[in-house]
Ligand binder design. Structure first.
Ligand code: TYD
Length: 136
């Protein structure tokens, strides 16, 4: 698996429709970085777009543990893609230098596994600055 561009991985699930399921994310096994931080977002109104940033170094694995979450991404080479997380077993890997806008269904809970602790200096919050920095 290439870990230099955004992509969705479907994680294994253990269980059955009778008993329910468990999905496991584990450093070095199916997460390609040491997990230093976990955060989750919830109750985001359907008509709100979040994100609107990129990261200089941060890598993330993001799950919709409930609901549906749509990502519009643009990588450092200007490649634009749309990713939909619509099942709890799907994880979106986001490497560094990917701009993202995110939309949520009303019941969505976003769970993020992050490779670094929070650092505001790691953010590009200005799109033009992101484009300038990634321009070849
Ligand atoms: P942000 O990353 O901009 O969230 P989103 O992309 O979902 O809109 O973060 C929202 C706010 O939360 C911002 O003020 C920074 C703060 N924050 C922390 O303090 N620590 C964290 O680990 C994260 C992810 C955000």
């Amino acid at each position: 698996m290439e870990y230099n561009k955004p992509h969705i991985i479907t994680f294994d699930k253990i269980g059955s429709s009778h008993l329910g399921y468990i999905t496991i994310a584990e450093t070095q096994k199916n997460i390609p970085f040491e997990i230093k931080r976990v955060y989750w977002t919830y109750y985001t109104p359907h008509d709100v777009t979040r994100g609107g940033h990129a990261h200089r170094a941060l890598q993330q694995f993001i799950f919709a543990v409930s609901g549906t979450i749509t990502f519009n991404t643009e990588d450092k080479d200007g490649r634009k893609e749309v990713f939909t997380l619509d099942h709890p077993s799907k994880g979106l890997y986001i490497p560094k230098l990917v701009w993202r806008d995110i939309q949520f269904s009303h019941n969505a809970v976003l769970l993020c596994l992050a490779s670094e602790v929070y650092d505001e200096a790691d953010y590009f919050r200005d799109y033009e600055e992101f484009k300038k920095t990634t321009a070849k």
